[in-house]
Write a protein that binds this ligand. Structure first.
Ligand SMILES: NC(=O)c1ccc[n+]([C@@H]2O[C@H](COP(=O)([O-])OP(=O)(O)OC[C@H]3O[C@@H](n4cnc5c(N)ncnc54)[C@H](O)[C@@H]3O)[C@@H](O)[C@H]2O)c1
Length: 342
């Protein structure tokens, strides 16, 4: 935890767009121990508007920010992904802790450069895989289930945003990070199908992943859907669990709680009994996940608070640069599999 004896440190935001607004508010109002000192945007007017709203100074470059605030402690980078590296490198080279929005970079090669520069300058680098801070995910992880198979679905109608990267890098990257964390092993094999319909890159993707420990997963990522869906299913030998990232609800069904009813049903089926009047749902014992929201704070605040804590106490952040690289490597394997299938 952030200790009371740390002085309040200066934070900055780079990229005053849609996500940047949330990050600016988070640093300015929600994180104890930090204050928003500067807002940078290539469009100075955008930086000025956001800085005025949150009592900070506006800059049109990271260099100008650093000249005015050499004692900056932390920064969040929320530019479009293709500009993450250029925005973050000058900060990391000064040893400043940087929280970079997902995906860490547009390619694994660029992400490795960021990780290497951060390590060389002793700068904390965390990736904004904010679903790690989703209370539903945390409740599922706490169950310590051993997955054999995972299914992640993330679809939305086309927003015409973030088209600088594929749907795998924009939306699927959230799920790849969670799948990698739950599987606990790297992806070794991918089969995938994808389509580009609106943008120049993949807008819809369906992928089968095999992890090094034999766990398998299916991933659906689409920005061409009519409805928004964000769900995860986990199949273990002894349990099934599901969660909804959006509603933050989920449940676990354990085999041990169903052994008796299952045996009864199987015996009746073996006797050729007609069970069509039975209510399947009534036979199930759902253990509703105990999903406690963060006390008085949202996922971005939980993420920024944990990041600042890692910077000040010099500890490993929850989502490391290596985690960000691993997710991009998996995304690149999917992209390669899609290309091979075209
Ligand atoms: N965590 C999430 O759930 C989530 C959701 C949406 C977007 N994102 C990520 O957030 C980032 C930003 O997305 P957005 O939708 O806010 O984009 P946006 O286009 O709304 O905003 C980006 C801003 O960055 C500015 N900018 C561009 N290049 C710059 C540079 N070199 N230096 C400084 N400013 C620059 C632009 O002028 C713009 O104001 C992306 O990496 C995206 O993947 C994350």
């Amino acid at each position: 935890m952030i200790q009371a004896n740390f002085p309040v440190v200066k934070a900055a935001l780079v990229g005053a767009g849609r996500m940047g607004r949330h990050h600016a508010r988070t640093w300015a109002k929600n994180v104890p121990g930090a204050r928003l000192a500067g807002v940078v945007d290539a469009r100075l007017a955008a930086a000025e508007a956001l800085a005025a709203e949150f009592g900070a100074e506006a800059f049109d470059s990271v260099e100008a920010l650093l000249a005015a605030h050499p004692d900056l402690a932390v920064a969040t980078v929320a530019t479009p992904t293709i500009y993450h590296t250029a925005a973050a490198l000058p900060l990391l080279r000064r040893g400043i802790g940087v929280l970079i929005e997902k995906p860490l970079a547009p390619s694994a090669a660029e992400a490795r450069v960021l990780a290497e520069v951060a390590a060389r300058h002793g700068a904390t680098l965390q990736v904004g895989h904010v679903e790690r801070y989703n209370p539903a995910v945390r409740a599922l992880v706490a169950q310590k289930l051993k997955p054999r198979h995972l299914e992640a679905v993330r679809t939305s109608p086309m927003t015409f945003r973030s088209l600088d990267v594929s749907v795998i890098m924009d939306m699927g990257i959230h799920d790849l990070d969670i799948l990698l964390a739950l599987a606990g092993a790297p992806v070794v094999k991918v089969e995938a199908h994808g389509q580009s319909v609106v943008s120049q890159s993949t807008d819809h993707c369906s992928a089968w992943l095999t992890f090094a420990n034999g766990v398998r997963a299916h991933l659906t990522s689409s920005r061409l859907a009519l409805t928004t869906t964000r769900t995860l299913k986990l199949f273990a030998d002894d349990a099934f669990a599901h969660l909804d990232y959006g509603t933050k609800a989920g449940a676990v069904y354990r085999m041990k709680n169903h052994a008796g009813p299952l045996a009864g049903v199987q015996a009746r089926l073996a006797n050729n009994e007609d069970l069509s009047a039975e209510k399947y749902a009534d036979m199930l014992q759902a253990e509703v996940l105990d999903i406690a929201p963060y006390a008085g704070c949202d996922q971005l605040t939980a993420q920024a608070t944990a990041f600042l804590d890692a910077v000040l106490n010099k500890t490993t952040p929850v989502v490391t640069a290596q985690d960000g690289i691993n997710a991009i490597v998996a995304a690149e394997m999917i992209a390669a599999a899609i290309s091979a299938n075209r």
